[in-house]
Ligand binder design. Structure first.
Ligand code: DAK
Length: 280
């Protein structure tokens, strides 16, 4: 169960602790059942280059494989940016072959984030542009600081969203609003992002991490298998179409019904006590 009440994530390189991986461009810490993943290239507004994508992959694989971790908070170092997109100096130099490799790497990382089997909260603390907005959209839930700004500026660089933006954005906000953002390349405020459904909540910047921790705390009190299969049913169902989605839901409902946690959850309700879930 998460117990941390820290108001801000780690934002500077620190001596490794037990349960902490040392990475080049990402700070990775585990506390109270939560993995904190902090993009740490504040001088370039946490832009994503190839080593950073690799660090993200390492961090999220660890969070996925560590049974003690019940959820992840992803944020950016500094007070200006979550992620200001792909690193443009790298994009400017990339060959076609390298671009294809980097595309596979980035797509794989975002797929990992989206289907981690545990909730991932994007704590968007500033600019979330291009690949930054796309990374936030791969997360389970997005909480924005009131100072955050969102956009898909790729068309201004002669590109188009290459990290899933043409697919995830219309699913979240509808086709018309997605096309306006993608084709204009313009930026919107946190409040506007909330109004169109791009983010779940907007909070004061100083409350961002505490609010993300509180949401993870609420989710972590529930049966782990139910949480994992709910996430999977929604993600797979969105791609499968309604008929296949309903069939998947029914089969996952059956799996949940066979768990010890379902026996515990229903008994606890009837006995008017709090359930003790074991993830079995
Ligand atoms: N890349 C590299 N450096 C960046 C950067 C970026 N994306 N964003 C900012 N910086 C650097 C600036 O160059 C500047 O460096 P110095 O001049 O100090 O050396 C420093 O960060 C501070 O930025 P500014 O001086 O520009 O700060 P401002 O407050 O004036 O402006 C800004 C903030 C966020 C509005 C501005 O920096 C900006 O427009 N940044 C670029 C936004 C952008 O176009 N992002 C890239 C979009 S393309 C893929 C997955 C993803 C993607 C592609 C493929 N695959 C899986 C295939 C994603 C593509 C994109 O994101």
């Amino acid at each position: 169960m998460p117990s941390s009440t820290s108001a801000s994530p780690p934002t500077t390189a620190q001596a490794p602790q037990a349960g902490t991986l040392t990475l080049e461009n990402v700070i990775y810490e585990k506390k109270g059942g939560i993995a904190y993943v902090t993009l740490n290239r504040p001088k370039v507004l946490n832009a994503l280059n190839t080593p950073t994508w690799k660090d993200l992959r390492t961090a999220f694989e660890d969070a996925r494989d560590d049974a003690a971790i019940r959820g992840v908070i992803l944020t950016g170092a500094g007070d200006k940016a979550f992620i200001a997109g792909a690193d443009i100096s790298e994009l400017a130099q990339v060959s076609a072959v390298e671009a294809e490799e980097s595309s596979r790497l980035g797509q794989g990382v975002l797929e990992l984030v989206e289907n981690l089997g545990k909730p991932v909260i994007a704590a968007v603390n500033g600019y979330a542009l291009g690949g930054g907005c796309e990374t936030a959209m791969a997360c389970t839930i997005r909480i924005a600081a009131d100072t955050a700004r969102f956009g898909q500026p790729e068309v201004k660089l002669g590109l188009l969203p290459g990290g899933g933006g043409t697919q995830r954005l219309p699913r979240l906000v509808g086709k018309g609003r997605a096309l306006q953002l993608i084709l204009s390349g313009g930026m919107i405020s946190a409040q506007e992002a909330y109004r169109i459904g791009l983010v779940n909540e907007v909070v004061a910047a100083s409350d961002l991490i505490a609010r993300a921790e509180a949401i993870l705390g609420e989710i972590s009190a529930n049966a782990p298998i139910s949480v994992r299969l709910s996430l999977e049913a929604v993600n797979k169902g969105m791609d499968a179409g309604e008929g296949a989605g309903f069939a998947l839901e029914a089969s996952y409902f059956g799996i949940c019904a066979a768990t010890e946690d379902k026996a515990e959850g229903t008994s606890a309700f009837l006995q008017k006590r709090q359930p003790q879930f074991k993830g079995r």
